[in-house]
Design a protein around this ligand. Structure first.
Ligand code: FAD
Length: 306
């Protein structure tokens, strides 16, 4: 068996693996896709100490760093279940099981998509999901934020300080964000709020986004907004389907962890976007992965399992 088996090969999993391997313990990573969300990212400008990089380049460096150590890296493998006996057991989609004294859940999350024409085509070319990451790329330009929940309204307030104009589009007939956020939003002169509106298309010139079409859900009329960017803020979905029922999850499906990354199951830790830890970022996932890995090591040296 492994001492620490990490499920997920994004920044959190890679960081956890390096910290574990440096303790000389038997470490494995099992992942669907090494690199995780970073593989889908173009410009990264907020990974501190690296002024600018690209997702696939950072993933190659992560992989190289992990491979400096004795870590079993198993990719193209999906975990489908987690059980606990004397050892912890991860079941894979192909029917195999992997045993380990401790487990790190680092399966990340995915942004909920609008599923409208143009969204995929212009992803990274005007269609964005992370205001902390991509906001500055739209300095002085016009953008829309899709979604009037807390994250959408926070994104609109954040972006309003950087871009020329923000159009916030909400499907429902009212915003769902906290009152204090709505009050702040309505105080801003460069924000337009449109409710009862369904986004139907992202338009572009073949290279980048130049507009957005929405349907007024009351009159059924279609309207077009000219803009350069669309931030989709309709939810971040944690990849926890495979551990539902095994470890405690929040109402949003995120793994509940304590300050050391310990979950409700003894010997099972979690880190990164999959957890309740706020602000989903590369640097945060890496820090959390390192921390939870050290906590797993602490657990292992105290546990009597052979
Ligand atoms: P992830 O990166 O989501 O990795 C999850 C890992 O788990 C993957 O290896 C995946 O294959 C694996 N996995 C999932 N389910 C299973 C399963 N059942 N079995 C086996 N393996 C599984 N952050 C920044 O800091 N700066 C940026 O500029 C930035 N830009 C972004 C742009 C885009 C388009 C996106 C989508 C995100 C961006 N982010 C950015 C956010 C950042 O990518 C995430 O916060 C970070 O990748 C989270 O790391 P993680 O390791 O927790 O999870």
């Amino acid at each position: 068996p492994y001492d620490l088996l990490i499920v997920g090969g994004g920044p959190a999993g890679a960081s956890a693996a390096i910290y574990a391997a440096r303790k000389g313990i038997r470490t494995g990573i099992v992942a669907d896709r090494f690199g995780g969300q970073v593989l889908d990212t173009m410009a990264i400008e907020n990974f501190i100490s690296v002024q600018e990089t690209e997702g696939p380049k950072l993933v190659a460096q992560l992989e190289q760093h992990v491979k400096q150590y004795e870590v079993d890296v198993m990719t193209n493998q999906r975990a489908v279940g987690l059980a606990s006996g004397d050892l912890r057991e991860v079941t894979l989609e192909n029917g195999a099981t992997l045993k380990s004294k401790a487990i790190m859940v680092a399966t990340g999350a995915r942004w909920r998509e609008m599923n409208v024409p143009g969204e995929n085509e212009y992803r990274g070319r005007g269609v964005a999901y992370c205001p902390h990451c991509d906001g500055p790329l739209f300095k002085g330009k016009r953008v829309a934020v899709i979604g009037g929940g807390n994250s959408g309204v926070e994104a609109a307030i954040d972006l309003a300080g950087i871009v020329a104009h923000v159009t916030l589009i909400e499907f429902d007939n009212q915003l769902r964000a906290d009152a204090v956020l709505q009050k702040k939003l309505h105080s801003l002169s460069n924000v337009t709020v449109i409710v009862s509106a369904m986004t139907t298309e992202v338009k572009g010139d073949g290279k980048k986004v130049n507009g957005l079409v929405y349907q007024d859900r009351i009159s059924d009329e279609s309207h077009e907004v000219e803009l350069e960017g669309v931030f989709v803020q309709i939810g971040l979905v944690p990849n926890t389907g495979w551990i539902k029922g095994s470890v405690e999850l929040s109402s949003r499906g995120e793994v509940l962890v304590d300050e050391k990354g310990q979950t409700s199951m003894t010997g099972v830790f979690a880190a990164g976007d999959v957890t309740t830890v706020p602000y989903k970022q590369i640097i945060i996932s890496m820090g959390e992965g390192a921390k939870a890995s050290l906590a797993a090591f602490d657990y292992l040296i105290r546990s009597s399992v052979e």
